[in-house]
Design a protein around this ligand. Structure first.
Ligand code: FES
Length: 145
């Protein structure tokens, strides 16, 4: 085998092992892994996520998790009555995205979104998936379907 072909084969093998390891670790305990990604919130009888306004504790954003979700939800408080809930999954190739420096950034290929979930920079082509929200007393309710 020539040197170039050997190096190419080794690279492919290393990526395969790495990807398989990541997939296996990621699937080992999905519920536990998800719960580490945000504040775990309950659902009410109507299936809405129930978030206490006090959970914001002076912050304008809150990362939420629920066992029914594959990705966290970023809940942004615009004001006391208006909230935006965005799924933290990149619309390019579904990488988990992160909040950094006042934006939502995809670590995979660099897409950027505003905290409201609007696309700012590709390669993604769409805004983030969002969920309807409503306020009831001291809680914010998020409709998942
Ligand atoms: S998966 Fe997010 S930019 Fe590609």
């Amino acid at each position: 085998m020539k040197r170039r072909a050997f190096i190419k084969n080794c690279s492919v093998s290393a990526l395969t092992v790495c990807g398989t390891t990541t997939a296996l670790l990621g699937c080992s305990d999905p519920a536990q892994a998800r719960q580490k990604t945000g504040l775990v919130v309950p659902r009410n009888d109507a299936g809405e996520l129930v978030v206490s306004k006090s959970a914001f504790a002076g912050q304008s954003t809150l990362l939420l998790a629920h066992p029914a979700l594959l990705f966290p939800i970023l809940l942004l408080r615009s004001d006391e009555e208006n909230y935006v809930a965005s799924l933290m999954s990149c619309t390019h190739q579904k990488c988990k995205i992160e909040v950094a420096k006042g934006q939502i950034i995809c670590p995979c290929h660099g897409a950027r979104f505003s905290l409201q979930g609007e696309l700012l920079r590709g390669p993604a082509q769409r805004d983030l998936a969002s969920y309807a929200t409503r306020v009831a007393d001291d809680t914010v309710l998020i409709t998942l379907e």
